[in-house]
Design a protein around this ligand. Structure first.
Ligand SMILES: Nc1ncnc2c1ncn2[C@@H]1O[C@H](COP(=O)(O)OP(=O)(O)O)[C@@H](O)[C@H]1O
Ligand SMILES: [Mg+2]
Length: 450
C-alpha cells in the first residue's frame, strides 16, 4: 500500500515507478464515486478520498484527524466504531454490509460498506480501510420490486378468491337449474301420469259398470265379484306403481352409485310410454349387450337426462308433422345401447326435424331454445351436459341422423333396391327426402363399471 511503498523505494527507477503508481492511485481516489477512507487504530481518518469528503458534506482537509461522529449521527458513528473495532480485533473483514446512513447535512442514503484491517509492511495493525458505495437507487428499486411483488401476490390471492367464488356460484346455479328443469318437466310428468292412467281408469270404469249391470240383472255371484275385485286391484296396483316411479324420478340421487343404465332407461320408457303412444310415436330399442350395463353416477339425474332427450325427440317429431302438414307422418324413436370396449354408448335417435347447421353449436347452451316461450326453456340439453360430463365424467353430443325407414313411405332410387351409401348405414328416404332434415341423434358415452 501507499505507506509500504514510501518506506521501500530508494533507487532511481523505483522512484519513477512509485510516483507513477501513486499518481494512478490518486486519479482513482479522486474520480471514483465510492467513498474510500483510511482510519487509524483510534478510528480517526488518516486519509479520505474526494467522494468521501463530498458525501460527508466537507473537504478532505477538514476530515483528516477527525472521526465518524463529526460527520454522522451519534448512533451511526457508534455502529461504525463497533464495526471498525471488530475488524481490527478479529482481523476479519466486513464485506458489503448494507446500512442506512444519515449525514450531518440530513442527507439519507443506503450504502454498501466493506471494511478490512490495515497492516503495514511489518504486519503491524495500523487501523482500517473502508470503502462505501451508494446503493440507494438499487435499494429503492428493490423496495419497489418487493412492493410490486407483494401487490402481485395480493392480486393473485384476490384472483384465486374470485375464481373460487365464481365456481361456487356456478355450482349453486347449476343445482338451481337442475331443480328448475325438474319443475319444468313436472308439467310433462303430470301429463305422463294422465296417459299412464287412462287405460286402467277406463278398465276400472268398465268393471264398475259391468258389476252394476250384473247386480241389476241378478247375475252377480260371489265368484263374479271376486274376479272383478282382483282385476280392479291389478289395475290399481299398476296405477300406484306409476306414482312410485314418478316419485322416484323426482327425488335427487344423494350419492354416486353404480347402477344399471339399461334398467334406468327402461324405467324412463315405462313412465313415458303412454305419452309417446298418444303422440303416435313408435319406439324401438336395440342393444349389442346382454344383461346389465353398469355405470357410475347419479341414477335419477341420468333418468332425467334420458327423459329430456326423449321429450326433445317427441317435440321434434311433432314439429316435423306440422312442417309437412301431415298428421299421419309416423314418428320413430330409437334407443340403442352399445358396448364399446370399456364404454357404453347410448343413442337416442328420432326422425324429427333434425338439428339445423346454424343451431348445431348452440343447442347445449343455457337458455337456448327454438321452441315457443311456453314450450321450451332451453335448459334441457345444457343440464344434460352438466350431469353427463361434469357429474358423471362422460360425454354427450348431438348430430343429424341419416334417414331411416320409420314406416313412412320408402323412396327407392330409380327402381333400385335401397342402396348402401359409401359404406354408411342404409339410407331410405321419407316424405321429405331431405337428408339434412332427417332427424337427430344424441349420443351419450359413459365409462362402464364392469
Ligand atoms: N332431437 C332433437 N331434434 C331437433 N332439435 C333438437 C333436438 N333436441 C334438441 N334440439 C334443439 O335444441 C334446442 C335446445 O334443447 P333443450 O336444451 O332441451 O331445450 P328446449 O327443449 O327447452 O328447447 C331445442 O330448442 C331444439 O332446437
Ligand atoms: Mg328439451
Amino acid at each position: 500500500m501507499v505507506n509500504e511503498r514510501h518506506s521501500t523505494f530508494t533507487i532511481g527507477g523505483d522512484i519513477f515507478d512509485a510516483l507513477y503508481e501513486y499518481k494512478l492511485l490518486q486519479v482513482l481516489l479522486d474520480n471514483i464515486p465510492d467513498s474510500i477512507y483510511f482510519k487509524d487504530r483510534e478510528c480517526r481518518f488518516v486519509k479520505v478520498n474526494k467522494a468521501k469528503a463530498e458525501n460527508s458534506g466537507t473537504t478532505i482537509a477538514e476530515m483528516t484527524g477527525k472521526t465518524d461522529s463529526d460527520f454522522m449521527s451519534s448512533e451511526q458513528a457508534a455502529r461504525s466504531y463497533v464495526d471498525d473495532n471488530q475488524v481490527m480485533d478479529t482481523g476479519n473483514p466486513i464485506i458489503n454490509k448494507v446500512e442506512k446512513i444519515t449525514h450531518v447535512n440530513g442527507k439519507e442514503i443506503w450504502a454498501s460498506v466493506s471494511k478490512i484491517p490495515w497492516y503495514d509492511a511489518e504486519g503491524t495493525l495500523q487501523g482500517t480501510i473502508g470503502i462505501s458505495r451508494n446503493v440507494t437507487d438499487l435499494i429503492r428499486s428493490e423496495d419497489k420490486l418487493k412492493e410490486k411483488s407483494n401487490q402481485l401476490s395480493e392480486m393473485n390471492k384476490e384472483l384465486e378468491r374470485r375464481v373460487r367464488q365464481e365456481i361456487e356460484r356456478r355450482q349453486v346455479q347449476e343445482q338451481l337449474l337442475i331443480q328448475q328443469s325438474k319443475l319444468a318437466s313436472m308439467g310433462e310428468l303430470i301429463s305422463m301420469i294422465a296417459h299412464q292412467w287412462r287405460t286402467p281408469l277406463n278398465t276400472l270404469a268398465l268393471l264398475m259398470q259391468d258389476l252394476q249391470s250384473a247386480c241389476e240383472f241378478g247375475e252377480a255371484s260371489l265368484d263374479y265379484a271376486r274376479e272383478a275385485a282382483d282385476e280392479a286391484m291389478g289395475q290399481i296396483t299398476f296405477m300406484s306403481n306409476t306414482i312410485n316411479d314418478f316419485k322416484n324420478f323426482l327425488t335427487p340421487s344423494k350419492r354416486k352409485t353404480i347402477f344399471d343404465a339399461k334398467e334406468a332407461i327402461n324405467e324412463c320408457l315405462s313412465i313415458i310410454s303412454g305419452l309417446l303412444k298418444s303422440a303416435a310415436i313408435y319406439v324401438t330399442g336395440s342393444t349389442n349387450t346382454f344383461g346389465p350395463v353398469r355405470v357410475e353416477g347419479y341414477p335419477n339425474e341420468f333418468k332425467q337426462v334420458i327423459m329430456n332427450l326423449i321429450t326433445n325427440s317427441r317435440d321434434s317429431i311433432i314439429e316435423k308433422r306440422k312442417l309437412l302438414n301431415n298428421n299421419t307422418y309416423k314418428g320413430h324413436l330409437g334407443i340403442s345401447l352399445e358396448r364399446e370396449r370399456d364404454h357404453l354408448a347410448i343413442n337416442v335417435i328420432d326422425n324429427g326435424v333434425g338439428i339445423g347447421k346454424e343451431i348445431k353449436d348452440r343447442i347445449f347452451e343455457q337458455y337456448f331454445t327454438t321452441k315457443a316461450d311456453d314450450a321450451g326453456t332451453g335448459i334441457g340439453l345444457y343440464m344434460s351436459k352438466i350431469i353427463i360430463e361434469k357429474h358423471m365424467g362422460g360425454t354427450i353430443e348431438a348430430c343429424n341422423e341419416a334417414c331411416k325407414d320409420a314406416g313412412n313411405e320408402t323412396r327407392k332410387d330409380a327402381g333400385n333396391e335401397t342402396r348402401k351409401d359409401a359404406g354408411n348405414e342404409t339410407r331410405n328416404g321419407n316424405d321429405t327426402g331431405n337428408e339434412n332434415n332427417c332427424g337427430a341423434r344424441v349420443t351419450i358415452r359413459l365409462r362402464l363399471s364392469d
